[in-house]
Design a protein around this ligand. Sequence first.
Ligand SMILES: Cc1cc2nc3c(=O)[nH]c(=O)nc-3n(C[C@H](O)[C@H](O)[C@H](O)COP(=O)(O)OP(=O)(O)OC[C@H]3O[C@@H](n4cnc5c(N)ncnc54)[C@H](O)[C@@H]3O)c2cc1C
Length: 348
Amino acid sequence: MRTVWEDTVGDDDRAVLERGTARELDPAPDVLVVGGGIVGLAAAALCRRAGLGRVNVVETQTLAWGPSGRAAGFLAPGLHELGDPAPFVALARVGLAVHRELDATWDGALGLHDVDMDVMGIALPQQAEVHPLRLAAAYARRAGAVVTGVAVTGVDTAGGRVARVHTGAGDITPGALVLATGLPPAYLDFGPASRAGLLDVSWPSIKGHLLTTEPAPFRLEVSPGGPHIGVRQLPDGRLLAGGTLDPDDHEPDVRDDVVAGLREEMVALVPGAAGLSIDHAWTCFRPGTPDGLPVIDRVPGLENAWMSVGHFRTGLLLAPAAGRAIASWITSGERPPELASFGLGRFA
Ligand SMILES: Cc1cc2nc3c(=O)[nH]c(=O)nc-3n(C[C@H](O)[C@H](O)[C@H](O)COP(=O)(O)OP(=O)(O)OC[C@H]3O[C@@H](n4cnc5c(N)ncnc54)[C@H](O)[C@@H]3O)c2cc1C
């Protein structure tokens, strides 16, 4: 079940995503980010950019091994203007704006392509697309010290603060902790106040399928979207279609019937795709929340711990907006106004 991204990522980017040994573990960083998906990597890079000092990312596997490296790669706030709540649309627009600003500052390192989309006859000009692994590698290069293959296994709190973080490679005493673990890990016990806030919420994990075709002998002028899926064309001509929403399927396997349905929807949007063979089909899981919006908040009851989790369908898009806002919150001690709608308290 290899993804097209694994087969097309550059060797330098691949090396960056696999880098980082326990030797790089900083026992006392100013900011410790748990989770090396796109949300954690962007948060780390933006904390460094905000001048927050030594930043350490700890990832249990390799960087972006999960949905962050397997997603479709649309950065399309326009899709959310079609019905999502205004604060979410605003954050999504900031997400694309920050990606663009950083891509320009870093000489195109993020690899953003501008693209026009057409979703069921509605034109969405000036959206963007990325190679998810290239995006993750670009943020990882700027994320500070990165440790892979090491899990955070426990947290000690004292006086309303995170005092010590236990990992498989030793303990860490961070100034601030940022939890970017996709979903909050239920086995991390942050004490009674946080436990109630975090564990009373249901955190669904929603599977999706994606596919690519062999390179098409034509170029799409716009990336078309239907009621359920979007189609984009990769630089080498392949068409990518995704992602389905498969809420009742909890196994990671690719299902032939779902791929057949996805292919049918792709052909309805791009009739010229009918004769193309499928060369990759894969799945991944979206980290969800009860209302489908992320939780970007301070961990309840703790002064120096934040979480950026439940990014569901838009983690690639929102990652730098969330990261910049958390960096600002750590710096100022004040919640940035754009995060007012993304607190955990909304589920109380
Ligand atoms: C089919 C599909 C298509 C999608 N398409 C898009 C798209 O086009 N655009 C878009 O913006 N979004 C898209 N998404 C959504 C996007 O993939 C997710 O929102 C995003 O990847 C979430 O990123 P994350 O960093 O929060 O989580 P993850 O990628 O899951 O990263 C969290 C990391 O934390 C690590 N971790 C967890 N616990 C610990 C621990 N205790 N110690 C150390 N490390 C730990 C995990 O190993 C993991 O690597 C799509 C998702 C799916 C399923």
